[in-house]
Ligand binder design. Structure first.
Ligand SMILES: Nc1nc2c(ncn2[C@@H]2O[C@@H]3COP(=O)(O)O[C@H]4[C@@H](O)[C@H](n5cnc6c(=O)[nH]c(N)nc65)O[C@@H]4COP(=O)(O)O[C@H]3[C@H]2O)c(=O)[nH]1
Length: 485
């Protein structure tokens, strides 16, 4: 109940009443005890707040969201209004957490929370479900365009640089959207649908959004759960294969190397691309034995071809962030070289620019150790990460690979031409080899050659080939060279 203080002002009071009875059980009196309830009420409110809010970001947590969603559902159904549930998952957050540690990850999450709140209206609800998963509830939406505007604003805001201590970090977000009442009428189903749509956004290349649609449901159930289970058996059942994409010297037209690209030959689903299963393998740790298999298979296969007389000057193998640990990687590489007899200088390890830059100190040490083994190191997707030039100069690198996204825009996009040329000049100044990825047209090849780019790979020359097809290609080239054709 509410009571009034003597000096004025209301306060919450607790009134407890008990009856006093005589020996015949008749009520003779009542005892009323008043107590000031202010402190207890404050503690209760504090506990309620703690139970419903995320301690790190101050946003609603899962349980708070649950309650808010229940209230919004009631309002929306009584007033016949629609609302949208956005499920947001950060891209590459795990890499930052794994490489720079949880403190840095936590600071980044706080900024993400601020950016989300800063880009929605005050009455919209922002929550953190845990890890790098957030939700936003947008009430009273009438057109999808309204939602798209907010979502695009959020994606832009998330993609801006994060300054955490001395680190300049970049992450993006993938957003799934489900609509009430269009996609579901219940909270749990709305959440599930938005989650499925978010996975679809990830599959489409991340840093994008997707509205839920019914056909996503089936595909998602098949893809994620089943793939995860089946991947566990893929290695031992020998369902993994290495395919090889040739790289050519742009000046001589000669084979300059091969990039090894993993494939999964699933008995029912057919050939599965690495973009679908490498993220799963990275999540569940299977990437470590898979990466080991790739290294061994690549070294052995290429050494066999070299022994058969085919000139394969270089073989490039992709590394995942989880393999990039000094104890693990050096051991794996040394063993693969010993087992195959492949000369170390033929093996080039491709690491992404962001992997190196987010763990620069450790990366420098590992790269130096690899150098001592004699293997080469290439930076993959160069131009998409955030290398500072002074850091780049200190890294013991051999090759820069110009990311496919820049080559794609050549010749139409003037910016892309300038970026590609700048990378070629930079590589030359630093004494590094440079390989253009994803060359699809003759025009791209010629422009790159005129820029002085040393090597290229892409569909213009050849798609990745199975070991059998590549071998046929090698035999064919060898015969041409020896004049048999
Ligand atoms: N549109 C277009 N695409 C082209 C062209 N030329 C090559 N590509 C594709 O571009 C990707 C190049 O590989 P990446 O950037 O290292 O990107 C790779 C790499 O990051 C990862 N990956 C592949 N194999 C392995 C592996 O053995 N270990 C690890 N950790 N990651 C791998 O999966 C990614 C995707 O591999 P793929 O699906 O094989 O896709 C390959 C290749 O098939 C072109 O002209 N046009």
């Amino acid at each position: 109940m509410q009571d009034w203080r003597k000096g004025g002002g209301a306060y919450p009071a607790w009134l407890s009443m008990s009856a006093v009875r005589d020996e015949y059980h008749q009520i003779t009196n009542y005892v009323a005890v008043f107590s000031d309830y202010t402190a207890r009420k404050e503690t209760e409110q504090k506990m309620r707040h703690l139970a419903q809010h995320d301690a790190l970001t101050g946003l609603l947590n899962r349980s708070g969201l649950h309650e808010a969603l229940g209230q919004i559902l009631t309002r929306a159904s009584t007033k016949c209004r629609a609302f949208a549930l956005l499920f947001i998952d950060l891209d590459r957050f795990k890499t930052i957490n794994d490489t720079l540690g949880h403190d840095v990850g936590d600071e980044l999450l706080k900024v993400v929370a601020q950016r989300l709140q800063g880009n929605v209206k005050q009455h919209d609800t922002v929550a953190r479900l845990g890890g790098d998963e957030f939700t936003v509830l947008l009430e009273n939406v009438i057109h999808n365009e309204q939602i798209i505007q907010v979502v695009e604003r959020i994606l832009l805001a998330l993609g801006e640089v994060y300054q955490v201590g001395e680190h300049e970090l970049f992450v993006t977000g993938s957003i799934g959207i489900s609509l009430y009442p269009h996609d579901a009428g219940q909270a749990a189903q709305l959440m599930k649908n938005a989650d499925i749509a978010m996975y679809r956004a990830k599959e489409l290349g991340k840093n994008t959004y997707q509205f839920y649609s019914v056909d996503m449901n089936m595909a998602h159930q098949m893809s994620h759960l089943n793939l995860e289970n089946a991947l566990r058996f893929a290695l031992e059942r020998q369902q993994l294969q290495l395919w090889y994409q040739p790289q050519f010297d742009l000046m001589t037209g000669q084979l300059a190397g091969l990039e090894c690209l993993i494939r999964w030959q699933h008995p029912q689903l057919g050939l599965i691309s690495p973009s679908e299963f490498i993220p799963i393998a990275e999540e569940n740790g299977l990437i470590v034995p898979i990466g080991d298999w790739v290294l061994n298979e690549a070294c052995q296969r290429v050494q066999r071809w070299r022994q058969q007389g085919f000139a394969v000057p270089r073989i490039a193998v992709n590394l995942s962030v989880r393999q990039f640990r000094p104890d693990l990687l050096l051991n794996q590489v040394t063993k693969a070289l010993q087992n195959s007899g492949l000369p170390a200088e033929v093996l080039e390890l491709e690491v992404t620019e962001s992997l190196i830059m987010t763990r620069i100190n450790e990366a420098v040490a590992i790269l130096h150790q690899l150098k001592q083994l004699g293997v080469k190191v290439a930076i993959d997707d160069f131009g998409t990460g955030y290398s500072s030039l002074s850091q780049l100069k200190n890294l013991p690198l051999d090759t820069l690979k110009i990311d496919r996204s820049f080559i794609e825009g050549i010749p139409e996009q003037a910016d892309d031409v300038v970026i590609a040329e700048t990378i070629v000049i930079l590589a030359k100044k630093l004494g590094l080899n440079v390989v253009a990825e994803g060359v699809e047209t003759q025009a791209q090849m010629q422009i790159l050659r005129d820029m002085g780019c040393a090597c290229a790979q892409g569909y213009f020359y050849s798609k990745p080939l199975s070991a059998l097809d590549l071998e046929a290609h090698l035999v064919h080239s060898a015969k041409q060279l020896s004049g048999v054709y």
